[in-house]
Write a protein that binds this ligand. Structure first.
Ligand code: PLP
Length: 352
């Protein structure tokens, strides 16, 4: 079984974290003259709860998980960065992730002077877990898996992920930013079974709150306390915490929207097959489709000229001439198809 403490960087093990005024006193008081705030009445004159307990309890209820297993970050990009900072010595250790996948694993690794070892996905975007295990070296401290994967949209099989977590001698971070759009259950159900598992989710995708910047990490208490030790003292603002709680009260609306997005994803996949220039639509369990076309750069520029922005993934491994198209509202998707129709009937379109 993986020993978390032995994986941890020495300086983090020995770190005495900053103790804020709000860490030292818990409970309700008459007068707060401990944190050098402006004492007059403004909506946000006071520092927020550093550990966001009210919000965590609400998430815990919805996710059916103990709040002590939750870490909240400034977007899920924060726990992605924190896990690298906690476990990887700059210039010495490395991390491993499939390619292509979410770009921030590379950026966070680069910022921390940590090497990212890339494991090529197969051409159909499935992952060879044995290859990933064989590619990991003695300094590989963290493995990232993304399910459903960005940009391909496919999920990784649960049993293969469990097998990998069991065998990998380091932390396994499973990024589930798009989990609400797929049928497969979250891997957070296994955090008690695997001490080296971290599951990341976000308020930014299905939960309609990308601009409040809240990401969630689920893991056992040993890992959560390491993350809390490293994070900025007040990493989630009060307005963001309040807004997140409001969103959790609107889950019935969000669930309806998720259903609609999934239905639209299916409709778009079907409609796209009608165009001769659309060569492949990869099966997706996220809120986007990866689509191979005859000339991605040309179509991308045409759509941009029409005020429609998609993500051009041409140049990424196995993604030549691929565009990643987010599922919009039914009206937005209709407009997209009108424009696509125009484009494929005027193929000699010249951009620039
Ligand atoms: C796979 C994946 N993980 C994480 C994120 C980042 O999410 P957040 O807004 O929570 O930082 C994204 C955003 O595109 C993503 O695609």
């Amino acid at each position: 079984m993986v020993n978390i403490q032995s994986l941890l960087r020495e300086n983090i093990k020995n770190l005495r974290p900053y103790r804020s005024a709000r860490d030292e006193f818990k409970g309700e008081a008459e007068i707060y003259i401990d944190a050098n705030e402006n004492p007059f009445d403004h909506p946000y004159s006071r520092y927020p709860d550093p550990l966001q307990w009210k919000l965590k309890e609400k998430i815990a209820l919805f996710k059916n998980i103990d709040p002590k297993y939750i870490f909240l970050g400034n977007g899920s990009d924060e726990p992605i960065d924190i896990v690298i900072r906690a476990f990887c010595n700059p210039g010495v250790d490395d991390i491993i992730a499939p390619n292509p996948s979410y770009g921030m694993y590379q950026v966070s690794a680069d910022i921390n002077d940590v090497k990212l070892i890339q494991v090529p996905l197969r051409a159909d975007f499935t992952l060879d877990f044995d290859l990933m295990l064989a590619t990991a070296g003695p300094q590989t401290k963290v493995a990232f898996l993304c399910s459903p994967n960005n940009p391909s949209g496919n999920v990784l099989p649960v049993e293969e992920m469990k097998n990998f977590i069991r065998k990998f001698n380091g932390l396994v971070v499973i990024d589930e930013a798009y989990i609400d759009f797929c049928e497969q259950d979250s891997m957070k159900n296994y955090i008690e079974e695997f001490p080296n598992l971290v599951v990341i989710q976000t308020f930014s995708k299905a939960w309609g709150s990308a601009s409040i910047r809240i990401g969630m990490a689920f893991a056992n208490t040993e890992i959560i306390s390491i993350f809390n030790k490293i994070k900025a003292p007040y990493n989630i603002s009060n307005p963001a915490q309040e807004e997140a709680m409001k969103m959790l009260d609107q889950m019935d609306i969000l669930q309806k929207e998720i259903k609609m997005i999934i239905a639209e994803r299916k409709r778009m996949a079907l409609e796209l097959t009608r165009f001769k220039g659309v060569l492949e639509i990869y099966p997706s369990e996220a809120n986007f489709l990866l689509v191979k076309v005859d000339d991605a750069n040309k179509l991308y520029h045409f759509l941009t000229s029409q005020g429609i922005i998609v993500r051009n993934r041409h140049g990424q491994l196995h993604c030549n001439n691929c565009l990643r198209i987010t599922v919009g509202t039914p009206t937005e998707n209709d407009i997209f198809f009108i424009k696509l129709n125009e484009y494929y009937h005027e193929k000699d379109f010249v951009f620039g």
